[in-house]
Design a protein around this ligand. Structure first.
Ligand code: GDP
Ligand code: ZN
Length: 366
């Protein structure tokens, strides 16, 4: 069992986001490990911040072999246990402590395993630029992603300086925010993001999510107080048109708080099912009146949701947004199911007959 942390180390770790819940998790780790937080990942090499050092790290073979998916590999923001290396070489990540929240996406390629993009995020700024009209549907989608992650969502409307009607923009966002705070800011003006400071207390980890060009890099730089990220004007692209800084990074603020910038989060896909229902609580409430308990509110007879749209009690655009999200969710789930079946077959757990009948059933249901 790991020895309790000394007070000095613990205080330094707290500045990196260590919490009381981690003390308990740490007690169960093997002796001889040092706790640290993953601040950067690049081609499976990690940078890990410990109480008094910074290490380059690799994942221990045991973790790699035992991982059933990429979500069981370390990610930026993870708390890990490393074995320090006397020679000053790369250390090994021997343990990943439980995550209190995480953002994930379908791993690149045809598979449907989950890849964690950022772990242990406390607050997420859902960031939009007011130079473009913020679509309510887009806001709802980002709220779904935020809710799924376990982080607290805050809606940030940037470029307040060029909004044609700021009051209307804010009111529209508040209407769909579902209780999440809404702030209008201006990253370009000195002090223009001061209202966001209160979310970045000591040890609080923040991530920014939102469409490209919304001002996420500008806000990050303003909050950190230096140019940690290139903004739209100066970002450079390599010969193949790829963004050159593809690494994911955790920035520790001198004033307290941490920011995670993960470019991958900019193309986040939905993952997880229940959140659609949570975000559309009004539709879930109406569904109690549907004739069929498993009504999809699409083509089923006796659907209370469709009736509400016809009566004008439910906004038709909101209903359409719901259907679109539901369809996406189902496609994703189907792929996950198929993947699991194919994997099971490969491992000889089921015969090809079961796979065939699955496809037949699926095609019949389409
Ligand atoms: P990102 O893609 O979300 O990281 O967005 P950037 O931070 O790169 O900003 C995109 C563009 O918007 C850049 O040209 C910024 O200079 C500009 N921008 C950022 N914040 C503001 C703002 O508050 N007002 C105005 N007018 N422009 C801004
Ligand atoms: Zn229905």
């Amino acid at each position: 069992m790991a020895a309790p942390l000394n007070l000095n180390d613990r205080a330094r770790l707290e500045a990196l986001g260590w919490t009381a819940a981690l003390d308990a998790a740490w007690a169960g780790q093997p002796d001889g490990l040092v706790p640290g937080r993953v601040s950067l990942e690049h081609n499976h090499v990690y940078r890990v911040l410990t109480a008094d050092a910074e290490w380059l790290a690799e994942t221990a073979g045991k973790i790699k072999f035992e991982a059933e998916g990429r979500n069981e590999l370390p990610a930026v923001g993870d708390w890990v246990g490393v074995r320090p290396d006397e020679t000053g070489g790369r250390v090994q990540i021997r343990a990943i402590l439980p995550r209190r929240s995480w953002f994930s996406r379908k791993a690149a390629g045809r598979g449907t395993t989950e890849q964690v993009l950022a772990a242990n995020v406390d607050v997420v700024f859902l960031t939009f630029g007011l130079d473009i009209h913020v679509k309510e549907r887009a806001l709802e989608r980002y709220l779904v992603v935020a809710r799924r992650s376990g982080a607290r969502a805050v809606i940030v409307l940037n470029k307040a300086d060029i909004s044609p009607d700021l009051a209307a923009d804010v009111a529209e966002a508040v209407a769909v925010a579902g209780g999440a705070p809404v702030h209008a800011v201006c990253a370009k003006e000195p002090g223009g993001v001061a209202v966001l400071e209160k979310y970045l207390g000591a040890g609080v980890t923040l991530a920014l999510l939102g469409p490209s060009g919304a001002g996420k890099s500008s806000i990050t730089n303003a909050l950190v107080g230096r140019e940690v990220l290139p903004t739209g004007e100066v970002r450079d692209w390599d010969a193949r048109g790829r963004h050159t800084s593809v690494h994911r990074e955790l920035v520790v603020r001198e004033r307290g708080g941490l920011l995670i910038d993960t470019p991958g989060m900019r193309e986040l896909q939905l993952w997880g099912a229940d959140d659609v229902v949570d975000t559309f609580a009004d539709i879930a409430a109406l569904a109690a009146g549907c004739k069929f308990r498993d009504c999809r509110h699409d083509r089923e007879p006796g659907c209370a949701v469709k009736r509400a749209v016809e009566d004008g009690a439910l906004d038709a655009a909101r209903y359409a947004g719901y259907l679109k999200l539901q369809a996406e969710q189902e496609t994703l789930e189907r792929r996950v199911d198929e993947r699991a079946l194919i994997d099971a077959k490969r491992q000889g757990k089921i015969g090809s007959k079961a796979l065939k009948s699955h496809y037949k059933l699926r095609d019949k249901n389409r």
